[in-house]
Design a protein around this ligand. Structure first.
Ligand SMILES: Nc1ncnc2c1ncn2[C@@H]1O[C@H](COP(=O)(O)OP(=O)(O)OP(=O)(O)O)[C@@H](O)[C@H]1O
Ligand SMILES: [Mg+2]
Length: 324
């Protein structure tokens, strides 16, 4: 009988400690894909694993979802060990795509009803469950159309709904790049669905290459770089670690530029522009201007920028993220 490691509700929905995984290549040294990865995902939260191509995101998800095993380290999902209690983990999770054996020729409604029947629901209960899920995922209007006519976004929502037909609903969702390839509107709709899952109390671990997605959607973000977590926190925490905001000053002379260059974090000599860190408050910006240019003659113009997650990514990892 699988048993949760802790009594009662486990402290985290997902916890991984020191996960290491290498892939051997014939005749060549093994490549270490995950290098002591540590992760903790709280209940009812959305956690984004953000990283460029090849960072190890899918490998991490596959280990946590019990599809492959780590070389070393331990992980628990919903309180169950991913190796020792593998089947209990599988019952507690939904992995996009994995359970969605969607039949293209059947309608969305038929697919969901059939899957609900397979999980043991009676015919009327299966019909109610299918209706409920179609409604929840904004598919009621398309319920009677064959799945093959669905757009990419609708298809992913149907996949998600299919992962939920069983009762009780899984508490932990793994979504590996759920919005890759979707148009902006479908992406937005999927974001709402994901937020809705968390509002229903589920915990979501999603992977993404999109900084904006992690920023908009996730309560916490881990930047994955070469198989390790390079930085972790809320979007605001991560932005704060770089510099909250940056005040870019366009100076009136080259002398002023050279005199002030030492305190800048961003330099653009061609335009005589220097960027200095600030918290972005009016009080701090005013104080900075007064200090840097007490006579009011050396700063021609200024602009204030919020640090973006791109800034954070570039500052904290070695690779340039893929662009949206
Ligand atoms: N089964 C495997 N055999 C050998 N190498 C693998 C295997 N799976 C993954 N890799 C390698 O491990 C590294 C990480 O792959 P992974 O798929 O986890 O990255 P990812 O962050 O999901 O990337 P992407 O953004 O492209 O999906 C890559 O270099 C990949 O080639
Ligand atoms: Mg991947």
């Amino acid at each position: 009988m699988p048993s949760p490691i802790t009594q009662g509700t486990p402290p985290y929905a997902i916890e991984a400690y020191g996960i290491t995984k290498s892939y051997g290549r014939r005749g060549k040294p093994a490549v270490r894909v995950l290098d002591h990865l540590d992760l903790r995902v709280g209940h009812g939260s959305v956690f984004a694993l953000l990283g460029p191509n090849g960072a190890g995101k899918t490998t991490a998800v596959r280990i946590l979802a019990t599809l492959t095993t780590a070389d070393s380290g331990t992980a628990r999902v919903a309180g169950y060990d991913v190796v020792a209690d593998r089947s209990a983990v599988r019952r507690a999770i939904s992995l996009t795509g994995q359970f969605a054996a969607v039949d293209e020729t059947q309608t969305g409604e038929e697919n969901l009803r059939m899957m609900a029947r397979l999980t043991g629901l009676s015919r009327p209960a299966a019909r109610r469950r299918a209706e409920e899920l179609l409604e929840r995922f904004g598919l009621t209007g398309a319920a009677r159309r064959p799945a093959r006519t669905y757009s990419g976004g609708m298809r992913r929502r149907l996949d998600l709904a299919a992962g939920l037909v069983g009762s009780p609903e899984p508490g932990v969702f793994f979504l590996d790049e759920p919005t890759t390839g979707l148009d902006p509107r479908s992406r937005q709709e999927l974001w709402e669905v994901v937020r809705g899952l968390a509002e229903h109390g589920a915990s979501v671990l999603l992977t993404t290459q999109y900084l904006e997605e992690a920023d908009r959607l996730a309560d916490r973000i881990a930047l994955l770089d070469r198989g390790r977590v390079a930085a972790e926190g809320s979007a605001a925490d991560l932005k704060g670690r770089v510099a909250g905001h940056r005040l870019d000053l366009v100076l009136t002379s080259r002398d002023a530029y050279l005199r002030l260059t030492g305190r800048a974090v961003h330099h653009s000599p061609e335009t005589l522009t220097l960027g200095v860190p600030t918290d972005g408050s009016a009080a701090h910006v005013r104080a900075l201007l007064d200090e840097i240019d007490p006579a009011g003659t050396e700063v021609d113009r200024f602009t204030l920028h919020s640090a973006t997650l791109d800034d954070v990514f570039l500052a904290l990892t070695s690779e340039v993220p893929a662009r949206v």
